[in-house]
Structure formats: C-alpha cells, structure tokens
Design a protein around this ligand. Sequence first.
Ligand code: HEM
Length: 416
Amino acid sequence: PKRTIPKDRCIDNTCKLLMEGYLFIPNRCRRYKTDLFQTRLMGQKVICLSGEDAAEIFYNNHLFTRKGAIPKRIQKTLFGKKAIQTMDGPDHKHRKSMFLSMMTPNRMDRLVKITEKQWLKSAKQWERKDRIILFNEAGKILCRSACQWAGVPIRKSEVTQRAKDFSAMIDAFGAVGPRHWKGRCARNRCEKWMKQIIKDTRCEKIYVPEGTALHDIAFYRDAKGKLLRPKIAGIEIINVLRPITAIATYITFGAVAMHTNPECEKKIQYDEDNYTHMFAQEVRRYYPFGPFLGARVRNDFLYNHQLFRKGTLVFLDLYGTDHDARIWYQPNHFWPERFKYRKGSPYDFIPQGGGNYDTGHRCPGEWITTMLIKVSMSFLANHLKYKVPLQDLGYSLRRMPTLPKSKFIMQKIKLV
Ligand code: HEM
C-alpha cells in the first residue's frame, strides 16, 4: 500500500517550535498518529522521527550523515566549529576513540572521588549561609571538579565566571536574541582561554600529567598523524568541561524529584538493589534536556513507504522517545524502579543519544553523567540536612533548555 507521510500545512513552523519546545515533535506525532511527519523549519523541509525503530534508522551511518546538519548558530554557541559533533566516518571514529579512552573505570572513579570532595568542601561553607541556589552551586562544584580531573589549571577566583560561561553556551541552544548572544560571548571567551592552555601545555609552560583529558587532547594525533590546531583542541577540551558542568541541570531536577517524592530520599539512603543508580537513570529519562538531534540523508532510501531524499534534514525526537508509552509504562510518572525490569536496547533510552559509542555519535559522557548524578544525590540524601522554602519548582516544557524556575533554593543547611 502506498502511504504518504503526514505533512504539517504551513509556510514555516520555526515559531511553533520555539513556542512548543520539547513537545513540538510529540504533539504532532500524537495529532497525526504517526512516528514520522514532514514540516518546515528554519526555511527548509524537515522530516521528524520518533520512537525506538526510528532511532535505529537515524543511527544507521549508511543512511545518514552529520555534514551540514548542525546550524551555524548552534556551532557558534553550544558545540564549537569543526568539533567532533560535525564529523563523519573514519575521521569521526578516530577522534571519538580519544574521548572514549578517557572513560576507563579508574579515571571515571577519580572524577567521582574529586566531585565528592568538592561537595563536602562547598557544603561546609553553606552552613554559614542564609540560603543557597543549588543549580548555581552544583555548576561551580562540577566546573571545579571537571577542571581538576581534566588537568586544566583554574584559579579559585575564576570558577564562578567559567561555570557561568559553560552554562550560557548550553542555555543558548534553543534561543534567539540576547540568550543566543550571551552564549556566543561565553564561547569566544572560553575558546580564547583554552587555546592558550593548549599552547602552554604543548610547550610545557604548564605541567599536565599523562592520563588527563587535557594531556590526551593536546597531544592527540589524527589519522594522518597531525596534532589538532590549538583552536580545535581547545574546542574539544571545552567539549569535556562544558557537559560535565551541565550535569548541574540533572542534579537540580534530581533534588526536585527527591523533594516531591519523599520516599525516594529514604530509598537512596538504603540504596537497596542499587536504587540510587535507578534513580539517576530515571532522572535522565523523565526530565527534559536535549530535545532532538539532527542529521541529513546520505543517499536516497525508502522507510515506511516514504522516500527519504538525499540531503533532507531529519530530526530524531529524544524527549518523545524517552516518554514513548510503547517503551515506558506510564511514561509521565517518575518511577526509578522501572529500571529494575528494563530489558533495554541501544535505541529505547536516548537522553544522550543512541546507537553505538565507537562508530556513532552517542554521548561518550553517559557513564560519567550517571555516576555524578548518583554521587551527588547520595551526598544530598546522606550528608546534608536542609529546608526547602516555598518556591516555584515548576519547569516549562516550552523553554529549551529548561530548569525548575527557582533553581532549587535550600536553607538551614547542616552537614551530618
Ligand atoms: C554527545 C547529551 C554529558 C561529551 C552528546 C549528544 C547528546 C548528549 C544528546 C549527541 C548524540 C548524537 O549526536 O547522536 C548529554 C547530556 C549530558 C552529557 C544531556 C549530561 C548533562 C556529557 C559528558 C561528556 C560529554 C559528561 C564528557 C565528559 C560529549 C561528546 C559528544 C556528546 C564529546 C559528541 C560525541 C560524538 O559526536 O561522537 N551528548 N551529554 N557529554 N557528548 Fe554528551
């Protein structure tokens, strides 16, 4: 049977995307009772895909390429130009192996220990404060921990600004106007900082031990045996520091989840059946972060009786797939125990992308993210007593990226 793909009737839907945010793709999939539909965004035709089967197609390297898929405005804020996110094929695989080589159990464990120490150090100071905003404090803790782990020297007086800059780059991805420009300024400042650090590392002006991300990236040689240009190497070290700092978003949502589901706090304290791990996974599934990803059709192919023409831009719905009722029982219910029963595939749980780590673009920081949410939730539940004053913990699904409005204010903090 010949079926045609549902089409959004419109001249351009970019405004609606900005208004509907995380629900833009899920709303239309529900409306048209479909996993794929066609629309127009940023002046071009886009096919949107959702669900596990669609994710498997999207991560097939024979069908899709990342060349020309990331808009310049995102490269100038979130990712950086010519970074790993824009690469394909053997060159991508080679660069990706550099990132993956940082993720050995020993090295990740070191990051967890560093972060735990930073929580303790910061919490001692909070005891003397009237109130703190968890999102801001977690960002500083993670920025400091990431730099220490990666071998990047950072002065105490610098931490607040750098953490703010990493945050601003992320905050820019769904924005037009001032938020976009703030992200661009933050990126320019950071790239300048990192370019100098790469140069200083290479001429041994600063000492960087082996087995750190800075050492790996500064001395990484591509498939042709060449060092990366200092600007590109700087962009890649930012690709480690920025997302580690971004875990503050999940920590803030995690604190909200613990506060609104009080039984979770007790369960984290007992940690039976590795409950804290399941809690961290459910935070990554339930709360919105990356809304969707883009790629372009490499060569014409047919899927679901639909011709995908070479060069067409295709979006994969991350948020919708993580809330797909065919995969998740009661998807809009926060329920960590669901992970006890999950069989799982590389395509059904995709807050940080799906598919294969080595040959695809799946996030190499997924293990770190889960581990740092875990250690942070464990710290909040086991080592801190605090009051949560009346505040607006709600978050908008229209804003991308989003956060609880109050960013989680804590009072009367005591270390125990
Ligand atoms: C890629 C999300 C943490 C490093 C990605 C992708 C997503 C993502 C959606 C794109 C996948 C794709 O294009 O198919 C997140 C989220 C994080 C997080 C929500 C937690 C807040 C991290 C951490 C690191 C990291 C901790 C590093 C230490 C990277 C890199 C890529 C990437 C280098 C590019 C991979 C490639 O293109 O092959 N991440 N990530 N991320 N992430 Fe993460």
